[in-house]
Write a protein that binds this ligand. Structure first.
Ligand code: CP3
Length: 344
Protein backbone atom coordinates (compact mmCIF):
# COMPACT_ATOMS: atom_id res chain seq x y z
CA UNK A 1 0.00 0.00 0.00
CA UNK A 2 1.40 3.39 -0.85
CA UNK A 3 0.08 6.48 0.81
CA UNK A 4 1.18 10.06 1.32
CA UNK A 5 0.22 9.93 4.98
CA UNK A 6 3.32 10.19 7.16
CA UNK A 7 1.39 8.60 10.02
CA UNK A 8 0.38 5.52 7.97
CA UNK A 9 3.80 5.20 6.35
CA UNK A 10 5.32 5.03 9.83
CA UNK A 11 3.27 1.87 10.34
CA UNK A 12 4.74 0.50 7.12
CA UNK A 13 8.15 0.84 8.74
CA UNK A 14 9.31 4.19 7.37
CA UNK A 15 11.42 6.44 9.61
CA UNK A 16 11.09 10.20 9.14
CA UNK A 17 13.55 12.90 10.15
CA UNK A 18 10.67 14.45 12.05
CA UNK A 19 8.01 11.94 13.13
CA UNK A 20 4.28 12.26 12.47
CA UNK A 21 2.41 14.15 15.20
CA UNK A 22 -1.02 13.96 16.76
CA UNK A 23 -2.19 14.39 20.35
CA UNK A 24 -4.55 12.52 22.62
CA UNK A 25 -7.52 14.79 23.47
CA UNK A 26 -6.40 17.13 20.70
CA UNK A 27 -9.99 18.29 20.30
CA UNK A 28 -11.43 19.67 23.49
CA UNK A 29 -11.92 22.42 26.00
CA UNK A 30 -8.44 23.96 25.72
CA UNK A 31 -9.48 25.19 22.24
CA UNK A 32 -11.77 28.25 22.06
CA UNK A 33 -13.25 27.03 18.76
CA UNK A 34 -14.23 23.77 20.51
CA UNK A 35 -15.86 25.61 23.41
CA UNK A 36 -17.89 27.65 20.93
CA UNK A 37 -19.29 24.61 19.06
CA UNK A 38 -19.77 22.73 22.33
CA UNK A 39 -21.99 25.58 23.59
CA UNK A 40 -23.96 25.55 20.32
CA UNK A 41 -24.49 21.77 20.49
CA UNK A 42 -25.98 21.80 23.99
CA UNK A 43 -24.74 18.73 25.82
CA UNK A 44 -21.54 16.79 25.22
CA UNK A 45 -23.62 13.80 24.07
CA UNK A 46 -25.54 15.98 21.59
CA UNK A 47 -22.17 17.01 20.18
CA UNK A 48 -20.96 13.39 19.89
CA UNK A 49 -24.14 12.40 18.02
CA UNK A 50 -24.21 15.38 15.66
CA UNK A 51 -22.10 14.35 12.63
CA UNK A 52 -21.78 17.87 11.20
CA UNK A 53 -20.56 19.38 14.48
CA UNK A 54 -18.54 16.33 15.61
CA UNK A 55 -16.64 16.18 12.33
CA UNK A 56 -15.98 19.92 12.51
CA UNK A 57 -14.63 19.49 16.06
CA UNK A 58 -12.47 16.57 14.85
CA UNK A 59 -10.97 18.75 12.13
CA UNK A 60 -10.37 21.86 14.27
CA UNK A 61 -7.02 20.88 15.84
CA UNK A 62 -5.74 19.35 12.58
CA UNK A 63 -6.37 22.64 10.82
CA UNK A 64 -5.02 24.84 13.60
CA UNK A 65 -1.79 22.87 14.14
CA UNK A 66 -1.39 21.04 10.80
CA UNK A 67 -1.28 17.68 12.60
CA UNK A 68 -0.64 14.42 10.73
CA UNK A 69 -3.72 12.67 12.07
CA UNK A 70 -7.22 13.45 13.26
CA UNK A 71 -8.86 11.41 15.99
CA UNK A 72 -12.58 10.87 15.73
CA UNK A 73 -14.49 13.06 18.15
CA UNK A 74 -16.56 10.72 20.29
CA UNK A 75 -16.16 9.12 23.70
CA UNK A 76 -15.38 5.68 25.07
CA UNK A 77 -18.63 5.83 27.05
CA UNK A 78 -20.84 5.82 23.94
CA UNK A 79 -20.74 2.00 24.07
CA UNK A 80 -22.42 1.76 27.51
CA UNK A 81 -24.91 4.35 26.29
CA UNK A 82 -25.65 2.21 23.22
CA UNK A 83 -26.01 -0.84 25.47
CA UNK A 84 -28.82 0.97 27.27
CA UNK A 85 -27.11 2.42 30.34
CA UNK A 86 -28.14 6.05 30.70
CA UNK A 87 -25.13 8.36 30.16
CA UNK A 88 -24.92 11.99 31.15
CA UNK A 89 -22.04 14.40 31.69
CA UNK A 90 -22.41 16.44 34.83
CA UNK A 91 -20.67 19.83 34.90
CA UNK A 92 -17.56 19.76 37.14
CA UNK A 93 -18.16 16.11 38.02
CA UNK A 94 -17.65 14.12 34.83
CA UNK A 95 -19.60 11.23 33.34
CA UNK A 96 -22.48 9.51 35.09
CA UNK A 97 -23.89 6.10 34.07
CA UNK A 98 -27.18 4.92 35.56
CA UNK A 99 -28.04 2.49 36.99
CA UNK A 100 -24.80 0.65 37.88
CA UNK A 101 -24.48 -2.68 36.06
CA UNK A 102 -25.30 -5.96 37.76
CA UNK A 103 -25.32 -9.56 36.57
CA UNK A 104 -28.97 -9.42 35.52
CA UNK A 105 -28.24 -6.71 32.92
CA UNK A 106 -25.88 -8.88 30.88
CA UNK A 107 -28.46 -10.79 28.82
CA UNK A 108 -30.08 -7.59 27.58
CA UNK A 109 -26.64 -6.11 26.77
CA UNK A 110 -25.72 -9.21 24.79
CA UNK A 111 -28.83 -8.88 22.60
CA UNK A 112 -28.42 -5.19 21.97
CA UNK A 113 -27.45 -3.93 18.49
CA UNK A 114 -25.08 -1.11 19.40
CA UNK A 115 -24.31 -0.20 15.80
CA UNK A 116 -27.77 1.21 15.23
CA UNK A 117 -27.51 3.70 18.12
CA UNK A 118 -23.95 4.51 17.12
CA UNK A 119 -24.72 5.13 13.44
CA UNK A 120 -24.21 8.95 13.75
CA UNK A 121 -20.62 8.18 14.78
CA UNK A 122 -20.01 6.37 11.49
CA UNK A 123 -21.45 9.33 9.64
CA UNK A 124 -19.00 11.55 11.54
CA UNK A 125 -16.16 9.27 10.43
CA UNK A 126 -17.10 9.44 6.74
CA UNK A 127 -17.73 13.20 6.85
CA UNK A 128 -14.37 13.74 8.55
CA UNK A 129 -12.49 11.49 6.13
CA UNK A 130 -14.02 13.47 3.25
CA UNK A 131 -12.80 16.69 4.85
CA UNK A 132 -9.19 15.54 5.30
CA UNK A 133 -6.41 15.61 2.72
CA UNK A 134 -4.86 12.30 1.70
CA UNK A 135 -1.74 13.27 3.69
CA UNK A 136 -3.77 13.15 6.91
CA UNK A 137 -4.88 9.95 8.63
CA UNK A 138 -8.11 9.50 10.54
CA UNK A 139 -7.87 7.49 13.75
CA UNK A 140 -10.94 5.70 15.11
CA UNK A 141 -11.02 4.49 18.69
CA UNK A 142 -12.79 2.70 21.48
CA UNK A 143 -12.26 2.17 25.17
CA UNK A 144 -10.78 -1.14 26.22
CA UNK A 145 -13.31 -3.43 27.91
CA UNK A 146 -11.83 -3.08 31.41
CA UNK A 147 -11.70 0.72 31.35
CA UNK A 148 -15.27 0.95 30.01
CA UNK A 149 -16.39 -1.64 32.58
CA UNK A 150 -15.00 0.44 35.47
CA UNK A 151 -17.34 3.30 34.56
CA UNK A 152 -20.28 0.92 34.04
CA UNK A 153 -19.74 -0.80 37.38
CA UNK A 154 -19.07 2.34 39.42
CA UNK A 155 -21.73 4.47 37.70
CA UNK A 156 -19.02 7.01 36.75
CA UNK A 157 -15.32 7.54 37.47
CA UNK A 158 -14.35 5.00 40.15
CA UNK A 159 -13.84 6.76 43.46
CA UNK A 160 -12.15 3.84 45.18
CA UNK A 161 -10.33 1.41 42.85
CA UNK A 162 -10.24 -1.07 45.76
CA UNK A 163 -14.00 -1.58 45.50
CA UNK A 164 -13.76 -2.76 41.90
CA UNK A 165 -10.61 -4.76 42.59
CA UNK A 166 -12.58 -6.64 45.23
CA UNK A 167 -15.39 -7.25 42.71
CA UNK A 168 -12.82 -8.87 40.41
CA UNK A 169 -12.38 -11.60 43.01
CA UNK A 170 -15.91 -11.80 44.33
CA UNK A 171 -18.05 -11.44 41.22
CA UNK A 172 -16.10 -13.17 38.42
CA UNK A 173 -19.29 -14.02 36.50
CA UNK A 174 -20.25 -10.34 36.33
CA UNK A 175 -16.77 -9.12 35.41
CA UNK A 176 -15.96 -11.86 32.90
CA UNK A 177 -19.41 -11.65 31.30
CA UNK A 178 -19.30 -7.86 30.99
CA UNK A 179 -15.75 -7.88 29.58
CA UNK A 180 -16.72 -10.48 27.01
CA UNK A 181 -19.76 -8.53 25.87
CA UNK A 182 -17.74 -5.31 25.67
CA UNK A 183 -15.01 -7.03 23.65
CA UNK A 184 -17.57 -8.38 21.15
CA UNK A 185 -19.37 -5.05 20.75
CA UNK A 186 -16.06 -3.20 20.49
CA UNK A 187 -14.96 -5.41 17.59
CA UNK A 188 -18.21 -4.59 15.72
CA UNK A 189 -17.83 -0.91 16.58
CA UNK A 190 -14.22 -0.63 15.38
CA UNK A 191 -14.90 -2.54 12.15
CA UNK A 192 -17.81 -0.20 11.42
CA UNK A 193 -15.54 2.81 12.03
CA UNK A 194 -12.99 1.35 9.63
CA UNK A 195 -15.65 0.70 7.00
CA UNK A 196 -16.81 4.30 7.34
CA UNK A 197 -13.26 5.57 6.68
CA UNK A 198 -11.04 5.25 9.76
CA UNK A 199 -7.42 4.55 8.67
CA UNK A 200 -6.22 3.23 12.04
CA UNK A 201 -7.75 2.45 15.42
CA UNK A 202 -6.62 2.98 19.00
CA UNK A 203 -7.79 1.25 22.17
CA UNK A 204 -7.63 3.27 25.39
CA UNK A 205 -7.09 1.25 28.57
CA UNK A 206 -6.67 4.08 31.04
CA UNK A 207 -7.48 1.96 34.10
CA UNK A 208 -5.17 -0.94 33.31
CA UNK A 209 -3.02 0.99 35.74
CA UNK A 210 -2.83 -0.53 39.21
CA UNK A 211 -4.30 -3.95 38.45
CA UNK A 212 -2.71 -6.98 40.13
CA UNK A 213 -0.71 -8.83 37.48
CA UNK A 214 -2.78 -12.02 37.04
CA UNK A 215 -5.89 -9.84 36.86
CA UNK A 216 -4.23 -7.54 34.31
CA UNK A 217 -3.80 -10.54 32.07
CA UNK A 218 -7.44 -11.57 32.51
CA UNK A 219 -9.21 -8.23 32.13
CA UNK A 220 -6.84 -6.20 29.95
CA UNK A 221 -4.27 -8.18 27.97
CA UNK A 222 -6.50 -11.07 26.87
CA UNK A 223 -9.52 -8.96 25.87
CA UNK A 224 -7.26 -6.56 23.94
CA UNK A 225 -5.64 -9.57 22.28
CA UNK A 226 -9.05 -10.79 21.18
CA UNK A 227 -10.10 -7.40 19.82
CA UNK A 228 -6.81 -6.68 18.04
CA UNK A 229 -6.74 -10.14 16.50
CA UNK A 230 -10.31 -9.88 15.24
CA UNK A 231 -9.73 -6.42 13.75
CA UNK A 232 -6.47 -7.55 12.10
CA UNK A 233 -8.10 -10.64 10.70
CA UNK A 234 -10.97 -8.69 9.15
CA UNK A 235 -9.01 -5.57 8.06
CA UNK A 236 -5.32 -6.62 7.89
CA UNK A 237 -4.02 -3.27 6.59
CA UNK A 238 -5.42 -1.11 9.36
CA UNK A 239 -2.92 -0.32 12.14
CA UNK A 240 -4.08 -1.15 15.67
CA UNK A 241 -2.58 0.91 18.50
CA UNK A 242 -2.88 -0.14 22.12
CA UNK A 243 -2.67 2.39 24.94
CA UNK A 244 -2.86 0.62 28.28
CA UNK A 245 -1.87 3.29 30.77
CA UNK A 246 0.45 2.62 33.68
CA UNK A 247 1.39 -0.99 32.91
CA UNK A 248 5.17 -0.57 33.21
CA UNK A 249 7.20 -3.51 31.95
CA UNK A 250 3.96 -5.42 31.27
CA UNK A 251 4.00 -3.32 28.08
CA UNK A 252 6.09 -6.16 26.67
CA UNK A 253 3.16 -8.57 26.90
CA UNK A 254 0.96 -6.20 24.91
CA UNK A 255 3.54 -5.61 22.19
CA UNK A 256 3.93 -9.37 21.73
CA UNK A 257 0.25 -9.65 20.76
CA UNK A 258 -0.23 -10.57 17.14
CA UNK A 259 -2.60 -7.67 16.46
CA UNK A 260 -0.55 -4.93 18.15
CA UNK A 261 1.02 -2.61 15.55
CA UNK A 262 1.51 0.41 17.76
CA UNK A 263 1.93 0.97 21.48
CA UNK A 264 1.21 4.24 23.29
CA UNK A 265 3.62 4.89 26.14
CA UNK A 266 2.34 6.92 29.07
CA UNK A 267 4.23 9.72 30.81
CA UNK A 268 5.36 7.45 33.67
CA UNK A 269 7.16 5.03 31.38
CA UNK A 270 10.93 5.41 31.07
CA UNK A 271 11.46 6.17 27.36
CA UNK A 272 14.97 4.67 27.40
CA UNK A 273 13.48 1.38 28.56
CA UNK A 274 10.69 1.70 25.96
CA UNK A 275 13.21 2.35 23.16
CA UNK A 276 15.32 -0.66 24.16
CA UNK A 277 12.47 -3.09 24.77
CA UNK A 278 9.60 -2.02 22.52
CA UNK A 279 11.15 0.22 19.87
CA UNK A 280 12.06 -2.54 17.41
CA UNK A 281 8.90 -4.56 17.91
CA UNK A 282 6.10 -2.06 17.30
CA UNK A 283 5.62 1.59 16.46
CA UNK A 284 6.02 3.39 19.76
CA UNK A 285 3.79 6.44 20.16
CA UNK A 286 3.79 9.27 22.66
CA UNK A 287 5.18 9.65 26.11
CA UNK A 288 5.37 13.39 26.78
CA UNK A 289 3.70 14.45 30.03
CA UNK A 290 0.68 16.56 28.96
CA UNK A 291 1.20 18.82 31.98
CA UNK A 292 4.41 20.05 30.33
CA UNK A 293 2.23 21.64 27.67
CA UNK A 294 0.77 23.86 30.40
CA UNK A 295 4.30 24.88 31.42
CA UNK A 296 5.53 25.26 27.84
CA UNK A 297 8.92 26.74 26.97
CA UNK A 298 12.21 25.01 27.65
CA UNK A 299 10.97 22.29 30.05
CA UNK A 300 8.45 21.16 27.40
CA UNK A 301 11.00 21.33 24.58
CA UNK A 302 13.72 19.52 26.54
CA UNK A 303 11.33 16.67 27.30
CA UNK A 304 10.14 16.52 23.68
CA UNK A 305 13.75 16.42 22.58
CA UNK A 306 14.41 13.37 24.80
CA UNK A 307 11.74 11.38 22.93
CA UNK A 308 12.87 12.63 19.52
CA UNK A 309 16.49 11.66 20.18
CA UNK A 310 15.72 8.26 21.64
CA UNK A 311 13.36 7.25 18.84
CA UNK A 312 15.08 8.95 15.89
CA UNK A 313 16.11 5.65 14.26
CA UNK A 314 12.88 3.64 14.57
CA UNK A 315 9.32 4.25 13.39
CA UNK A 316 7.82 6.54 16.04
CA UNK A 317 4.73 8.71 16.40
CA UNK A 318 5.05 11.89 18.45
CA UNK A 319 2.24 12.25 21.01
CA UNK A 320 1.54 12.80 24.70
CA UNK A 321 1.64 10.27 27.52
CA UNK A 322 -2.06 10.96 28.21
CA UNK A 323 -4.56 13.57 26.99
CA UNK A 324 -4.41 17.37 27.12
CA UNK A 325 -6.13 18.99 30.08
CA UNK A 326 -8.30 22.10 29.58
CA UNK A 327 -5.50 24.30 31.05
CA UNK A 328 -3.13 23.90 28.07
CA UNK A 329 -2.64 27.18 26.18
CA UNK A 330 -3.09 26.48 22.44
CA UNK A 331 0.03 28.63 21.75
CA UNK A 332 2.13 26.06 23.63
CA UNK A 333 0.77 23.32 21.38
CA UNK A 334 1.66 25.34 18.29
CA UNK A 335 5.17 25.87 19.71
CA UNK A 336 5.51 22.15 20.44
CA UNK A 337 4.53 21.17 16.89
CA UNK A 338 6.97 23.73 15.50
CA UNK A 339 9.71 22.38 17.80
CA UNK A 340 9.15 18.75 16.76
CA UNK A 341 9.07 19.67 13.06
CA UNK A 342 12.30 21.65 13.27
CA UNK A 343 14.21 19.36 15.64
CA UNK A 344 13.33 15.92 14.35
O1 CP3 B 1 -9.55 14.43 20.87
C1 CP3 B 1 -9.68 13.24 21.24
O2 CP3 B 1 -8.80 12.62 21.87
C2 CP3 B 1 -10.91 12.47 20.79
C3 CP3 B 1 -12.04 12.39 21.65
C4 CP3 B 1 -11.98 11.70 22.99
C5 CP3 B 1 -12.73 12.19 24.11
N1 CP3 B 1 -12.63 11.27 25.11
C6 CP3 B 1 -13.50 13.44 24.12
C7 CP3 B 1 -13.96 13.99 25.40
C8 CP3 B 1 -11.39 10.50 23.39
C9 CP3 B 1 -10.45 9.60 22.62
C10 CP3 B 1 -11.82 10.22 24.74
C11 CP3 B 1 -11.43 9.01 25.48
C12 CP3 B 1 -11.87 8.84 26.86
N2 CP3 B 1 -13.06 9.24 27.43
C13 CP3 B 1 -11.15 8.11 27.84
C14 CP3 B 1 -9.82 7.39 27.62
C15 CP3 B 1 -8.65 8.29 27.62
C16 CP3 B 1 -8.44 9.07 28.88
O3 CP3 B 1 -8.61 10.30 28.84
O4 CP3 B 1 -8.11 8.45 29.91
C17 CP3 B 1 -11.90 8.14 29.02
C18 CP3 B 1 -11.52 7.51 30.35
C19 CP3 B 1 -13.10 8.84 28.75
C20 CP3 B 1 -14.26 9.07 29.66
C21 CP3 B 1 -14.54 10.50 29.87
N3 CP3 B 1 -15.05 11.34 28.91
C22 CP3 B 1 -14.34 11.25 31.04
C23 CP3 B 1 -13.79 10.69 32.35
C24 CP3 B 1 -14.77 12.56 30.77
C25 CP3 B 1 -14.87 13.70 31.74
C26 CP3 B 1 -13.56 14.26 32.09
C27 CP3 B 1 -13.39 15.63 31.52
O5 CP3 B 1 -12.33 15.88 30.93
O6 CP3 B 1 -14.35 16.39 31.67
C28 CP3 B 1 -15.16 12.62 29.42
C29 CP3 B 1 -15.66 13.80 28.68
C30 CP3 B 1 -14.94 14.18 27.43
N4 CP3 B 1 -14.54 13.31 26.44
C31 CP3 B 1 -14.59 15.51 27.02
C32 CP3 B 1 -14.00 15.39 25.75
C33 CP3 B 1 -13.52 16.51 24.86
C34 CP3 B 1 -14.93 16.79 27.78
C35 CP3 B 1 -16.39 17.03 27.61
C36 CP3 B 1 -16.81 18.45 27.55
O7 CP3 B 1 -16.64 19.12 26.51
O8 CP3 B 1 -17.38 18.92 28.55
Amino acid sequence: MTTDSKFLRTFEGEVFASPPIWFMRQAGRYLPEYRKLRAEAGSFLDLCFNPALASEVTLQPVRRFDLDAAILFADILLIPHALGQKLSFVENEGPRLEPVVTLKDLDAFRERDVLETLSPVFETVSKTRAGLGSDKALIGFAGAPWTVATYMLAGGPMKDPGVLRQKLYEEPALINGLIEILADKTIDYLLAQIDAGADAVQLFDTWASGLPWPVLDRVSIRPLDRIAKAVKKARPHVPVILFPKGVGEKALDYTLLQGCDGFGIDYAMDPTWARANLGERVVVQGGLDPLLTITGGKPMEDAASTYLKLFHDVPYVFNLGHGFTPQTPPEHVAALVEFVRSNG
